[in-house]
Structure formats: C-alpha cells, structure tokens
Design a binder for this molecule. Structure first.
Ligand SMILES: C[S@@+](CC[C@H](N)C(=O)[O-])C[C@H]1O[C@@H](n2cnc3c(N)ncnc32)[C@H](O)[C@@H]1O
Length: 331
C-alpha cells in the first residue's frame, strides 16, 4: 500500500472510530489501558474482550499468527497516538455535554455554556502565564487544537491567499501548525504567531526538534500586545470565540495595521443553519460550538465596514464547511 492510500485508510478508520458510540468507547478504553502497546498478543484480558471485539469489527485490530495485532490503518493512526487520544477525549466530552445538556442549548447559549464541561476545558485564563501549573492546565486543550490543526492544515493552507505576501501575522495561531504549513507553501514568507503565553511556550516546545527560522512566537494578548509589521493578518478558527463587538474590533485593528495592498484573512467553519448538520457521534465536537459559528457574509461585511475590499471567497469540506474570507486594503 502506498503512503497516500495508507493515510486515506487511517483517516477513514479514525472517522469510523470517532463516529459512533461503541467504537469510541472501545477505542477510549484501549488507549486508556494501553492495549495497543501490548500487541501482538495471543488474547485480550477477559475484561477487554468487548473492546477487542468492537475494534476488530471496525478494522482496527486483526487476528494474525501471533494473536491480535493492529491493522495497517490503526498502526498509522498510532504513529500520532497523543493526537488520537486528544481527539477521543474531546469527542467524548462534547458528546456527553450534547446528550446531557442538549435541552439547555435550546434555552439559550448561556444556559448551555453554564452547564457544559466543554467550555471549562478551554482554560484561556490559565494560559496567561508560563508557570508549571499554567502549562499543565493549558496542555490538554492545546493538544486537542493541535491535533485538529494537523488534520485541517493540509486542506486549508492551499486556500489561504498569501501569494506576494512577505510577513504573516497569525493571531491565535496556537502551536503554529497552520503557520508551518503556510511557510512550507510560500518559501519567501515569514510568520509570527501571536498567542497567549502558555500556548506560545507549548508551540516553541513543539518546534524544538524541527527548527524553522521563519516562524516566531509572540506571547501576549492580541488586544494589548503591539503587533509586529505584517502584510497579511490571519485569524483561523479564532473569531468565533469572540463576541461580535470584539471580533469587529480585531478586524478593524488588522485593517488599520496593514500597509496598502495588505490582506486580512479569516478562516472559519460556517453557520450550522446554512448547511446540513454533520451526523455521527463526532459531530458533537462541533455542535457544542454551533451557536458561535457565523455565516461567511458576516465576516465579509465586517471587513468591508473596516474599509477592506473583499477577495473571492473559497471554501473546503472537512468535518464541516470551512470558509476562507479574505479582503485587501486598497493601495
Ligand atoms: C479555537 S483556538 C484556534 C487555534 C488555531 N488558530 C487553530 O485553528 O487551530 C483559539 C486560539 O486563540 C487563542 N487566544 C485566545 N484568546 C487570545 C488572546 N486574547 N490573544 C491571543 N490569542 C488568544 C487561544 O489561545 C487559541 O490558540
């Protein structure tokens, strides 16, 4: 099997395992009890038989001459076991929230937010410093965001209009996965990721063994820290976190910051109301944020109001539709 087919098989298996309750439960148990590290094995512990049965029926485990072993697609997924574990844990958390507190979602977003554990997971407040406890509280959600970015960046990076740009500022760029993908495509580009201090610390740690002199991290709060010179400002899956007034203010700040010809680029999932709601258990990971996603026209109108000229919109299908909404500052 060539590498491309192997990758496709691994993604397909991942979707299957995250997409339904028995498979997600079995995978979560297997990761928790380090089942894969004990393979090949002649037989599962009796208590693990249920998980082994489900995982083998889904194509994650195979019965071989030496007993149970991971399939080729599962072996590929396990090459980034921490990413897989982060996706599994967040999907389980979000699914629990949607199942337990779904009725509150219909009573208004605040009622849901106050009950759902999902929102307590993203401890942005703890990411404002780099003490050991702050890093520890930040690492789990950053691991999840990083795992997601690794899946999104190969599809989205080609859609980000950076031709002719020399200096990218990525606001809320997390551990730099997207920035790295963009630098690989644009050899004359350099990039700065401005994110909260603990996040930048984790981003630098991720890059420690893969030096990229064109990528730098600027720890701070995007509303207070002085922005470095840039001819493109990217907000990827960031603005839905912000209330309309704050998001508009960030777009105005970006527009004012750019030189003539500079670009503001927003990349976001679309509003749930505008597209078929994705199915399966893994949809919970986006349903919890459903009330915060906006139609691309909202961002385009805010950019126009900030004095920018819209560029042609593009989109891509991942777990939902991602929209790239870009606009240019007039010369
Ligand atoms: C939903 S995550 C998106 C991360 C990344 N862009 C991606 O798509 O994977 C939002 C990011 O915004 C960052 N963030 C939140 N508040 C911030 C602030 N005040 N200043 C800078 N970054 C902030 C978070 O730390 C996080 O990395």
């Amino acid at each position: 099997m060539n590498n491309r087919d192997l990758q496709a098989g691994a993604r397909q298996l991942e979707a299957t395992l995250l997409g339904e309750l028995p498979a997600l439960s079995a995978l979560r148990a297997a990761l928790h009890h380090r089942l894969f590290d004990r393979l090949p094995a002649p037989g599962p512990h009796p208590e693990e038989a249920w998980a082994v049965q489900i995982l083998s029926e889904r194509g994650a485990l195979l019965a071989g001459d030496d007993g149970w072993c991971a399939s080729a697609a599962m072996t590929e997924l396990l090459r980034a076991q921490d990413d897989l574990a982060a996706l599994v844990e967040f999907t389980a958390l979000a699914a629990c929230d949607i199942l337990r507190h779904g009725p509150a979602l219909s009573s208004g977003v605040r009622a849901f937010q106050s009950r759902a554990e999902t929102f307590g997971f993203f401890r942005y407040d703890r990411a404002r410093g780099t003490g050991a406890a702050q890093i520890e509280d930040t690492a789990p959600w950053v691991a999840y965001v990083t795992a997601l970015s690794r899946r999104e960046a190969p599809v989205l990076a080609p859609l980000i209009p950076l031709d002719g740009c020399a200096r990218l500022l990525e606001i809320g760029g997390n551990t730099g996965v997207m920035a790295e993908a963009l630098l690989a495509r644009h050899r004359a580009l350099s990039a700065t990721v401005l994110d909260l201090p603990a996040v930048c610390h984790l981003g630098r740690a991720r890059m420690k063994h893969r030096p990229e002199p064109r990528l730098s991290f600027l720890p701070g709060d995007a509303r207070e820290t002085a922005w470095p010179a840039a001819d493109a400002v990217l907000f990827k899956s960031v603005l839905h976190d912000w209330a309309p007034d704050d998001a508009r203010a960030l777009l105005r700040q970006a527009a004012a910051h750019l030189p003539p010809g500079g670009r503001v680029i927003v990349c976001e999932r679309g509003a749930l109301a505008d597209e078929p709601v994705p199915g399966g258990l893994s949809a919970a990971a986006n349903l919890v944020f459903g009330p915060f996603y906006r139609a691309p026209a909202v961002y385009r109108d805010w950019m126009v109001a900030a004095g920018l000229r819209p560029l042609p919109p593009v989109d891509a299908q991942l777990d939902m539709t991602f929209h790239v909404i870009a606009a240019e500052k007039s010369a």
